[in-house]
Design a binder for this molecule. Structure first.
Ligand code: NAP
Length: 308
């Protein structure tokens, strides 16, 4: 029985060492050194190989090495093969850190102080109480929930929006398209932590920005194609939006001439908000393999009809 890893080769070496320690009975291979394709039962990949139904005929589970699966071409993965996304503590901690720094950067006026510094200006601005800065997260999944639970501790009034209704302690929960405008109207800092699907592509657009209070800010840590970048530039120019922190763009990276690169009210990072940590990810994958063998549900199995 073989486990095949098909993603970044340097990380593959770390996975191989961890598998050797933790699951010595499971043969571990790194793509393209597949060995006997018929022996491969488990695949961990950023993108499955072409036509896996034919090339890996006995595949039992596909694991995404990332939290999202929007990059996966699932058409060649047979319907009976479960697809599992990565839910592991390393990704969650990284995202909580990133979004916390983004919200605090906006909340404590660091965009404005950065501009002042360029002008060698030393000028205090009044500090706004956290209780008056309303934070809202699009997506109340594993990451959105973890982020809100931490931000709540600073005293920000916190809310989240999801597809199906949720109940979370101390967090105002909104669900469905019909409640989106009410959620946006009470949100000063909007964070996107939605999966990329047909329903969320282009969601962060002029119409959505107009439903936020004037001078709101956004943080996109979901996926680049969820944001209409031209609409963002227009909303920043009109003052409808004040600041944007983007960890994801479309394309990645943006062309060198793109105006977002040099916009004084935009901060860009190269899709680093959080990444799978091999040490914690391997434990989660091995636990899921145990679950699969025992006929139990795996953590993070996606619903292919829903797209996430
Ligand atoms: P998750 O647990 O699957 O949660 C997704 C949330 O989005 C759920 O609350 C879901 O609603 C909601 N949602 C999905 N489609 C919706 C729609 N059409 N309308 C309203 N709500 C909708 O996902 P996660 O683990 O939190 O991760 C979220 C995303 O973060 C990933 O898909 C990935 O794109 C992104 N990410 C980015 C980075 C980075 O480094 N930038 C790292 C990791 C992940 P329900 O609760 O009703 O299902």
């Amino acid at each position: 029985m073989t486990f095949l890893y098909k993603a970044d080769p340097a990380r593959g070496e770390q996975w191989a060492r961890l598998f050797a320690q933790k699951a010595p009975d499971l043969e571990f291979r790194v793509w393209p050194d597949v060995g006997d394709p018929a022996a491969i039962r488990y695949l961990a990949a950023w993108q499955p190989p072409e036509d896996p139904a034919r090339t890996l005929p006995n595949l039992e589970v596909v694991f995404s090495v990332g939290a999202g699966i929007d990059q996966f071409d699932l058409s060649g993965v047979p319907a009976h093969v479960p697809v599992v996304r990565m839910i592991e503590p390393g990704i969650v901690e990284g995202m909580v850190e990133y979004v916390t720094q983004a919200v605090l950067t906006i909340h404590r006026d660091l965009f404005d102080y950065g501009l002042q510094q360029q002008e060698r200006q030393w000028r205090e601005m009044p500090v706004r109480a956290a209780a008056s800065r309303r934070v809202g997260v699009l997506g109340l999944g594993v990451l959105g929930t973890a982020v809100l639970e931490r931000l709540r501790l600073f005293g920000f009034p916190c809310a989240g929006w999801s597809r199906s209704p949720r109940t979370l302690d101390g967090i105002e929960c909104y669900a469905g398209t019909e409640s989106l405008d009410a959620f946006l109207a009470r949100t000063d800092v909007l964070i996107c932590l939605l999966p990329l699907t047909d329903a969320t592509r282009g969601l962060l657009n002029a119409k959505l920005f107009a439903a936020l209070p004037e001078g709101a800010s956004i943080v996109n840590v979901g996926r680049g194609p969820q944001l209409n970048q031209d609409d963002l530039l227009a909303a920043l120019a009109s003052g409808q939006l004040q600041n944007a922190i983007l960890d994801v763009t479309d394309p990645e990276p943006l062309p060198a001439s793109h105006p977002l690169w040099t916009h004084a009210r935009v901060r860009i990072t190269p899709h680093i908000a959080s990444a799978t940590r091999p040490d914690t990810a391997v434990d989660v994958v091995l636990d899921n393999i145990r679950r699969h063998r025992a006929g139990q549900p795996m953590i993070g199995q996606i619903d292919r009809s829903r797209g996430y």
